[in-house]
Design a binder for this molecule. Structure first.
Ligand code: GLC
Length: 751
């Protein structure tokens, strides 16, 4: 039994030390006095009004009189989805000029991966492993959205996702906590900048707090039942990173966690968020999630739901009106105190002050947002290139020459709306550059036949034309995948194959003998086990956004190289899910020596002859493609890994050095990854955990040395006593191109 030396005993539930917040808010006392002064003048009704986030249809064609009257009385604190600029201006004017204390409104919107200029969906942005491009995409999104009066976005979504059946994996940063913490902080920096009062920035909302991605079966909104140590080791780190980066707001999730819905969960909203993480912004509920506590069977009625949310520390209620309808009564009945309400209002006013809304409540009418500006589109194309993952490239068929005679086929080849992906309300499909558009803008030889009208199409009426143009071409470019509606909120799928009869069309096209390049646009990994052998190359473009066409044209024709790496393990079949690389070893870990594929099992085999290990008889125990995987147009060799010491003490740095050589003929970029394994722990530990990564660009034949530094701080985890510890013992360490490959070494932590 390994002795446990507690590196730092933190009673995880309550941190005594004040967090050093890496934000421009450190020691921000200027606003507190103003907040108290305002609070002292507000009536009970006005205080309750601030907690009210009113939903309006973005397609509203008028401003109802009663809505304006509510604002005039100070009964509304914020709006979501007001997309008519005149309405934004009129409502803010009423709030500032006619309400009792002139408290400005915040206008919010789901600006998830761009506003008008759309970037790849967040799972695609995660595939860039590039904090800079994530920050840039959010900065541009904020610049455009603030031009439409939006100063609060309901992003970033930081839900770790381990199940590709879940529709909202499309919005997630993937399956790894470390990658999600790096990108989570970048989103906050991009949306909020260093000065949240800038009229070109937006308050972020780290969502959905918490463990929304752990819903049973990948079924959206479904039950989450996980240990607190799993919650703290996997699901909490991205939220901590976002809060440390200064996220102005946090959104509570729809799901329950171990029987208590997040929106009424005092432990999560107070003990963890406020006391441990020192969050000082405000918590907003997700859409109607307050009153959904009745459906959960946790609240008896709307009033009880309001009481439970308020007791738990929820500051602002989205769209439902339990606070508006019952908080006054709950206070009169002394079930909720005025001081509890005052705290909600303080948190909300603090963000309104930080947004500069008291100084400049009205949008700057000269600031139009520069929708689709050239530099915005350029960044969107760069992101689409960096997010595209090359999964297969048999005989290096890619890149092809621009002179190649290609057949452009498939339901996503010219699907301007679908290509934008989920949560793309404000992006206009007229601005989408599709793969067909990109070919039309060049003088290359191509023929086009959709073959299928949309991803779920089951009609073969287009097959003949598609097969005909394939026969007259040198290479088939098949653009398949999912329509945008097949991923995102409430859009989980039990079967994640290519929808419709895309596989059948690919099989028919394969009969022409022409090589097939499959380009997938989808909101999740798509199981392609049935047809991958019919293809010569596979590119995963996710839903690549406005500039996906040109990005893919440049990758296919070698003007750019694919740079993405998988942010999620790619399953062979949905039956393997949930699947994630950082799994535990179990007492009977599977490996190739004890696995007999089902079709090789002898008839009447002896019951215990198949290797009693943790695998599936039919699909084995590995994903189709591992976390971190992605090919390039060149090849890389890792060599000469060394560590500065075999044994380190707690808090002593370990330096890891290794070389990467570009052994191919083309320049390329590798994303070098460092994984560790804590071999023996006071609780079982994952077989691998990503702890560092670095982009390394190399010319053909070039070698570079890479140095990573880690310490016991990087090896800490929350144990079964809910204490964050690093422990003595042996650690395996790999440096390599993905979670399944790499050069291995090991070191020990010794007191
Ligand atoms: C939705 C989503 C949430 C979104 C909110 C406002 O139901 O769960 O992510 O921000 O409502 O649209």
């Amino acid at each position: 039994m390994k002795k446990i030396f507690l590196l730092l005993l933190i009673t995880v539930n309550i941190l005594s030390c004040k967090k050093n917040k890496k934000t421009s808010f450190v020691n921000d006392t200027t606003h507190e006095a103003k907040i108290e002064a305002l609070l002292s003048k507000m009536t009970l009704e006005e205080k309750i009004g601030q907690t009210n986030l009113r939903g309006v249809s973005s397609r509203a064609t008028s401003l109802p009189t009663d809505l304006k009257e509510s604002v005039r009385k100070g009964n509304v604190g914020a709006f979501l989805n007001i997309m008519n600029l005149e309405y934004v201006d009129e409502l803010q004017r009423i709030a500032v000029e006619e309400s009792p204390n002139g408290i400005p409104l915040i206008f919010g919107r789901d600006v998830i991966h761009g506003f008008k200029t759309l970037f790849p969906i967040p799972l695609g942005l995660a595939a860039t492993w590039d904090a800079k491009i994530v920050e840039k995409s959010s900065e541009i999104a904020a610049f455009e959205a603030s031009g439409a009066g939006i100063r609060w976005t309901f992003a970033p979504m930081l839900d770790i996702a381990r199940d590709s059946r879940w529709g909202r994996i499309a919005e997630s940063p993937g399956e790894d906590p470390y990658l999600a913490t790096v990108l989570g902080a970048a989103y906050i920096k991009g949306f909020q900048g260093d000065d949240l009062s800038s009229p070109y920035r937006m308050a972020a909302s780290a969502k959905h707090y918490i463990a929304y991605g752990a819903a049973i079966g990948g079924r959206d909104y479904n039950t989450v039942d996980i240990s607190e140590q799993l919650l703290r080791n996997v699901y909490l780190p991205p939220f901590k990173a976002a809060i440390d980066a200064g996220s102005a707001t946090v959104m509570s999730s729809f799901n329950e966690i171990n029987g208590i819905p997040a929106t009424g969960n005092e432990f999560l909203l107070k003990d963890v968020l406020r006391d441990e993480l020192q969050f000082d912004g405000f918590v907003v509920s997700d859409w109607d999630s307050v009153i959904e506590m009745v459906a959960h069977g946790y609240a008896s009625d709307e009033k009880h739901a309001g009481e439970l949310a308020a007791k738990a520390g929820l500051d602002m209620e989205m769209t439902s009106q339990a606070y508006e309808n019952h908080l006054k009564e709950l206070i009169e009945e002394k079930k909720i105190s005025v001081e509890e309400l005052n705290e909600f209002v303080r948190n909300i006013l603090r963000i309104k002050f930080r947004l500069g809304l008291f100084k400049n409540p009205h949008r700057n009418k000269e600031h139009t947002g520069n929708f689709y500006a050239k530099d915005h589109l350029k960044e969107a194309k760069k992101a689409a290139i960096e997010s595209t993952v090359l999964l297969k490239n048999k005989n290096s068929i890619l890149p092809i020459s621009e002179k190649t005679n290609v057949a452009i086929i498939g339901p996503l080849a010219n699907a301007p709306h679908e290509q934008l992906g989920t949560w793309s309300f404000d992006g206009e499909k007229e601005h989408t550059n599709t793969p067909l558009n990109a070919y039309q803008d060049t003088n290359t030889n191509f023929k086009f036949a959709k073959g299928l009208d949309y991803s779920r199409d089951t009609s073969k009426k287009g097959f003949k034309e598609a097969i005909n143009i394939a026969k007259k071409s040198d290479v088939i470019l098949f653009f398949g995948g999912e329509e945008a509606i097949l991923s995102g909120e409430a859009h989980s799928r039990a079967n994640i194959d290519l929808p419709g009869i895309q596989e059948e069309l690919i099989n028919e096209l394969a009969k022409t003998g022409k090589p097939i390049v499959l380009v997938i646009m989808a909101g999740r990994p798509i199981t392609i086990t049935n047809i991958i052998d019919k293809t010569d190359a596979v590119l995963m473009a996710w839903h690549p956004g406005t500039m996906g066409g040109e990005a893919l044209y440049e990758i296919i024709n070698g003007i750019k190289s694919p740079e993405g790496r998988l942010p999620v393990s790619w399953p062979k079949t949905a039956g393997q899910l949930p699947y994630f690389y950082n799994h535990k070893n179990t007492g009977r870990p599977a490996d190739s020596t004890n696995y007999i594929p089902m079709d090789k099992i002898p008839v009447a085999a002896w019951q215990s002859s198949l290797g009693n290990k943790s695998h599936y008889l039919d699909v084995g125990f590995t994903p189709h493609f591992p976390f971190g995987y992605g090919l390039t147009y060149t090849s890389f060799k890792y060599s000469d890994v060394s560590i500065s010491k075999k044994d380190i003490n707690f808090n002593e740095d370990l330096e890891v050095k290794f070389s990467i050589t570009n052994t191919g003929k083309k320049a390329g970029k590798e994303i070098a990854q460092l994984y560790i394994q804590d071999v023996v722990g006071s609780i079982t530990r994952p077989v691998k955990e990503l702890k560092r990564y670095q982009h390394v660009s190399l010319k053909s034949g070039e070698t570079k040395e890479v140095i990573f530094k880690i310490s016991s701080k990087d090896l800490e985890f929350v144990n079964h006593k809910l204490i964050k510890v690093a422990e003595e013992g042996v650690f395996n360490l790999w440096v390599g191109p993905n979670a399944a490959q790499g050069l291995k070494t090991s070191f020990s932590i010794k007191k």
